[in-house]
Design a protein around this ligand. Structure first.
Ligand code: UDP
Ligand code: MG
Length: 325
């Protein structure tokens, strides 16, 4: 029997792309149903992440015009990862499989066929991996590569060139819901869920319209979050640096004592100044890193809801639910 699919799409100020995205989704979903890959009660779930433009009005209109579209309205902007999780958790008990993707048509919809084929072969998670990045700027490409290398180096299991275009089975979603962390980095959490997984490569195109909602500052914050939520190696690195510097200082002490005993006057202004700056810098950096982790603990202990759903438009029509996760 064909499986029920819910496509989950977080949307933040996407009024420029939604008309085209929804048009293409209607065609795509119909073709998937026709091929017998998904059941005809499959849905597209559009999550409005506190948009300031007409995105929610558009989602409401889409839902009224076509039963294919469901909508979730978050109570405010919570960011891409939280919006995506809100969608996935809403889909969790209502589908056999979910596919998450961006609203801006950068993820090639035609890869969905292969996602579902992989699922039918027994995969619970299928990662969409872009085969080239020539539509990104050189800067974005380079920083992304550096980030993946760093993550790998820090021992985090993460798929190279995989964003959040991903299939997750119902079972994988239920497992994901057991992860209660507040600092979300879904592409790092999916491998932790486990189960059999597969990859599907696709061409990533340019954003269809509108601007990227990930300016450099957000990208950097996202990268730091990814690292500090998944690896404690930076903390260990501080310890290592501390030990090395301590050993060096022992030698320096020895050197100073010998110089003193042998009666050589040490002028040493430059070296003193240099070491003060260096040690000071290392200390501040180390404190900063420790601070990052303490900040994480602070957020986790609060256990604040990761998203709050204000409206949920679905086939039963307009269940106003307040869902705290
Ligand atoms: N997005 C969101 N909340 C935010 C920022 C982004 O839901 O606060 C959504 C956005 O609408 C899009 C997806 O996350 O569907 C990815 O954003 P974008 O395409 O701007 O990122 P990029 O592809 O440039 O990394
Ligand atoms: Mg994009």
């Amino acid at each position: 029997m064909a499986s029920k699919l819910i496509v989950v799409i977080p949307c933040y100020n996407e009024q420029e792309v939604l008309p085209e995205t929804s048009k293409r989704l209607v065609v795509k979903m119909a073709s998937l149903v026709q091929k017998g890959l998904i059941s005809d009660d499959s849905r597209v779930l559009l999550v409005n992440d506190g948009s300031k433009d007409r995105t929610w009005e558009m989602i409401t209109e889409l839902h009224e015009q076509n039963p294919l579209f469901d909508g979730v309205k978050l109570s405010r902007n919570r960011g891409h990862q939280n919006a995506l999780l809100a969608g996935l958790m809403t889909a969790k008990d209502r589908c056999d499989i979910s596919i998450s993707m961006d609203a801006d048509l950068q993820d090639d919809m035609d890869a969905m066929d292969r996602f579902i084929e992989e699922y039918n072969k027994g995969c619970d998670i299928v990662y969409g991996v872009r085969n080239k990045r020539d539509t990104d700027t050189v800067f974005k490409r380079q920083t992304a590569l550096m980030f993946y290398r760093l993550m790998k180096g820090l021992g985090v299991d993460i798929t190279y060139n995989h964003a959040d275009y991903r299939l997750m089975s119902n079972r994988a979603l239920r497992a994901l819901s057991e992860f209660k962390e507040v600092n979300l980095f879904l592409r790092g959490m999916a491998p932790l869920v486990g189960f059999q997984s597969g990859t599907v490569t696709y061409d990533r195109s340019e954003r269809f319209a509108g601007e990227s909602k990930y300016p450099f500052k957000k990208m950097l914050a996202f990268a730091i979050d990814g690292i500090t939520s998944f690896s404690v190696k930076p903390l260990r690195l501080i310890t290592t640096v501390g030990v090395v510097i301590f050993i060096i200082s022992l030698f320096m002490l020895l050197y100073a004592l010998i110089s003193w005993i042998s009666g050589k006057t040490v002028i040493g202004w430059t070296s003193t100044l240099a070491s003060i700056w260096m040690i000071g810098g290392i200390q501040l950096l180390s404190l900063g890193i420790i601070g990052e982790y303490i900040g994480k603990i602070y957020h986790e202990t609060k256990q604040r809801p990761r998203f709050i759903i204000e409206r949920y438009l679905n086939e039963k029509n307009d269940d106003p639910v307040v869902d705290h996760h």
